[in-house]
Design a protein around this ligand. Structure first.
Ligand code: HEC
Ligand code: HEC
Ligand code: HEC
Ligand code: HEC
Ligand code: HEC
Length: 383
């Protein structure tokens, strides 16, 4: 995919201590000094735009925040950046076209894959030989186990409601802000993704999901589609003006200063909507940064006993007891129960196929053997 390079000021990626406005260098900085000091991009330079998408630090992504631009990043924040990797170490630039796209962006990519399991990086079996974690990488992408929280230093925006606005006095200025909910360190959700996405275009009629919520961006994929894997993701909710068919555009600053949504929609569309109708909208975003240290990664018990993945939402057939506890989760058409693997209440062990099953070529045939050959499996193998 292409960073729209023609439209970008070179110094924003190449100069330290640089700042720009909509029209050019910010008067508060010395642009000539910045231009004399150009160098290869640091994380801080890329984050000038990417951490502040959505109008503020970590508003949009949740896993790209300004703290990642510091010279020393902690391992807890991101293991790769703490090893001083730059953004372009993963996002290889080819003739100034950046590689890597993510789940919710519509643009084309370069041919260079940006993925953890690329053989130049970790490969698809990064764990010690025979590890059950390697057997999961067919259906579960690395981030599902290794990105365990986001909004780590700066809180992340969870929802933004344009219908309920509230007043804020800033000295003599009065602003009418949309209602924003933020969270610190939420856990990711998990979604199937086959690397295709449904992306809403404002020019097209809004598409409602099964829950009646307008889809802004959503991964394509499902339990029955063998090209799909389970990814770590986040869900951002919005409440937006629409006319019953189309999402309506408006200028954020005008609403904030005038509180007049009808006027600002009129400015953008030439049509009067009074009263303005609102609709719920949602956007799924993949989480690829903020990889946690390995001892935080999800383990067998996290998923198979404590159900850190929502088997039902992922499309497994589930059975619950009267109080809603999960009794079983099975893959449609298969019988192996994926919940409560730990045998005798001992959280250190869990039931899983023995060596011979683990060395069978297809993960898929394990259920047939699993019931017979279940043995205790030691969980804590970390050093
Ligand atoms: C989106 C960020 C970005 C913008 C904007 C950008 N660059 Fe770059 N540029 C990079 C990256 C990243 C590299 C390093 C590529 C690599 O490591 O292979 C680079 C490398 C370079 C190099 C060194 C090339 C080399 O082979 O050593 C030059 C020269 C350069 N850029 C000039 C420019 C000019 C001139 C502009 C404005 C027209 C510009 N860049 C805008 C990100 C950017
Ligand atoms: C001036 C702001 C700006 C800077 C600085 C910038 N980018 Fe971008 N970048 C963008 C925009 C805008 C897009 C297109 C986003 C979209 O389509 O939603 C983009 C796209 C991307 C994408 C593809 C995903 C996407 O959003 O489509 C990646 C990856 C990316 N940039 C990485 C980088 C890296 C690495 C650097 C630093 C070398 C960098 N960017 C610097 C604005 C910027
Ligand atoms: C360790 C590797 C790695 C590093 C370092 C890294 N990224 Fe990424 N990034 C990824 C992967 C993997 C994806 C998903 C790519 C895909 O699926 O197309 C991604 C996706 C993205 C996207 C697309 C939107 C999204 O998040 O889904 C943007 C923008 C981006 N990265 C920007 C950055 C910036 C800016 C930096 C530096 C602060 C950075 N990345 C550092 C691996 C990395
Ligand atoms: C089902 C969960 C799961 C999946 C999927 C998974 N991992 Fe892991 N990974 C773990 C756990 C738990 C650990 C720490 C314990 C261990 O190493 O056995 C770990 C450890 C690691 C380590 C450190 C290994 C070491 O010896 O220090 C790396 C690197 C790693 N994983 C990379 C990946 C990559 C890359 C992928 C995707 C191809 C991936 N993991 C997929 C759970 C997972
Ligand atoms: C991120 C959550 C997660 C973690 C961590 C995890 N699993 Fe799983 N496991 C799953 C899911 C989801 C499936 C079903 C995959 C599918 O649909 O094929 C599964 C399937 C299995 C299966 C059935 C294999 C089959 O053929 O369908 C076994 C056995 C298993 N896991 C054991 C383990 C063991 C042992 C560990 C620890 C080493 C572990 N799992 C860690 C989520 C997890």
């Amino acid at each position: 995919m292409v960073c729209p390079i023609e439209k970008i000021d070179c110094l924003i990626c190449h100069a330290p201590n640089y700042k720009k406005t909509m029209s050019g260098p910010d008067p508060s900085i010395d642009a000539t000094a910045a231009a004399r000091n150009v160098r290869l991009p640091t994380r801080a330079m890329c984050l000038r735009c990417h951490a502040t998408a959505g109008g503020g630090d970590n508003n949009k992504r949740g896993d790209l925040e300004l703290a990642m631009g510091a010279a020393n990043v902690s391992r807890d924040l991101d293991v790769h950046m703490s090893a001083n990797m730059t953004c372009q170490n993963c996002h290889v630039f080819i003739d100034h076209h950046v590689s890597g796209r993510g789940m919710d962006l519509r643009v084309d990519d370069t041919d260079f894959p940006v993925t953890c399991d690329d053989r130049r990086c970790h490969g698809s079996e990064p764990h010690p030989d025979g590890s059950m974690y390697n057997k999961h990488t067919d259906r579960i992408y690395c981030t599902a186990c290794h990105v365990t929280s986001y909004g780590k230093e700066q809180t992340v925006e969870i929802s933004r409601n344009w219908e309920t606005r509230h007043l804020e006095h800033l000295g003599a200025n009065v602003m009418h802000h949309e209602m924003i909910v933020r969270e610190s360190n939420p856990a990711p959700i998990h979604v199937w993704w086959n690397r295709w996405s449904e992306i809403m275009d404002l020019a097209d009629p809004a598409v409602l999901d099964d829950d009646g919520v307008v889809v802004m961006a959503k991964p394509v994929g499902s339990i029955n589609n063998s090209a799909s894997k389970i990814y770590a993701a986040r869900l951002h909710l919005g409440r937006q003006p629409w006319n019953g068919t189309y999402i309506l555009p408006f200028k954020v600053m005008t609403v904030k200063t005038t509180d007049n949504m009808t006027q600002t929609i009129f400015d953008a569309t030439g049509r009067i909507f009074d009263p303005v109708q609102y609709v719920d909208a949602k956007r799924y975003m993949g989480l690829f940064h903020g990889v946690s240290p390995k001892d935080e990664a999800l383990t067998c018990t996290d998923c198979h006993k404590d159900h850190a993945v929502d088997f039902e939402a992922l499309g497994y057939d589930v059975e619950e007891d009267a109080s809603g506890n999960l009794i079983s989760a099975t893959k449609p058409g298969e019988s192996l129960n994926l919940v409560n693997f730990p045998a005798n209440g001992d959280t250190e062990t869990c039931v899983c196929p023995d060596e011979s099953a683990a060395s069978t070529p297809g993960f898929g045939i394990i259920p047939a053997l699993g019931g017979l050959m279940a043995v205790a499996y030691l969980l804590r193998r970390r050093n």
